[in-house]
Write a new protein. Structure first.
Length: 268
């Protein structure tokens, strides 16, 4: 990964901060579901965090709240120093475009655009072209991601692994404050998946890119700096330096203890 400093990588700073975040669906006392039942979490700049938990434990809701795609029922969500729960739709759209990079399981590339045009999409959506310095960065990313020879190709002319690498380049192109990756290896064979994980690991280690990744895969989670476990809309534990084996054991234990559905009827 190129060694150019990312723009938001001051050490010891927090990229995202959540305090007592509650997300309730349905009506109190009737059909209410607490997808998040009071989550407090700091995401330090430059750290690679994995989020795990049983189905229905609130992982997607947590990511959506962190990315301003969803508004919490109560609590604070800060990106940098800004409380994003107070922003209107226009500001949120701009914030997502400028400060957050997204990587999805389904790649989400635009089929009619070339790889290069897909990578530069965040700039186009912002109504501008990349500056000379940004062009240089994109060129470095393409090189490191092994895409230089593929930039003129459309997604259907690329393998799944190559498409995901284009999505990674797009997510990193603007040097966002935070990259949110939702099961980024879910659609890849194990070799392409391992390659994608290595690239994300390098983005964090070598350029200080902050990454939060939801995964069900203990091996994928083990390459992160920290694993945050969710159960019933709450953080059940946070650990560093876990092996895939240890992560599997924790997941097994959590799915035994937890029914795998969110808390019904009230935040505990
Ligand atoms: N729009 C909604 N309306 C009602 N309940 C919802 C809504 N979205 C999510 N939920 C509920 O909130 C809880 C958490 O959902 P969430 O999608 O965040 O879980 P998850 O951990 O991402 O699950 P998975 O691993 O299956 O994707 C679940 O019980 C879910 O049914």
């Amino acid at each position: 990964m190129p060694a150019a400093a990312a723009s938001h990588t001051t050490p010891n700073h927090t990229a995202a901060r959540l305090r007592d975040v509650v997300k309730r669906y349905g009506q109190p006392g009737r059909n209410e579901v607490f997808a998040l039942a009071g989550v407090s979490l700091d995401i330090p700049q430059g750290e690679f965090t994995a989020v795990m938990g049983p189905s229905g434990s609130g992982k997607s809701t947590l990511m959506h709240c962190m990315a301003g795609l969803d508004t919490p029922t109560s609590g604070l969500v800060q990106l940098g120093n800004r409380d994003i729960t107070q922003l209107g739709d226009k500001d949120l759209t701009e914030l997502r475009r400028r400060e957050i990079g997204f990587i999805f399981q389904a790649f989400n590339l635009i089929p009619t655009l070339t790889a290069k045009e897909n990578i530069e999409l965040p700039f186009a959506l912002d109504g501008r072209k990349p500056s000379a310095e940004e062009q240089q960065w994109i060129g470095q990313l393409a090189q490191v991601l092994g895409l230089t020879e593929r930039l003129g190709h459309r997604p259907n002319e690329l393998s799944g692994g190559q498409q995901q690498r284009v999505a990674i380049a797009r997510a990193l192109a603007t040097r966002p404050r935070i990259v949110i990756a939702d099961e980024p290896t879910g659609n890849l064979d194990s070799r392409s998946g391992a390659e994608v994980l290595r690239l994300l690991r390098n983005a964090a280690s070598q350029t200080g890119q902050t990454i939060v990744m939801v995964t069900h895969d203990p091996y994928a989670a083990s390459i992160a700096d920290r694993v945050v476990f969710l159960a019933d809309g709450k953080i059940s534990r946070q650990e560093r330096g876990l092996t895939p084996q240890q992560i599997s054991e924790i997941m097994l234990h959590d799915s035994d203890v937890q029914p795998g559905t969110a808390v019904q009827g009230g935040a505990r």
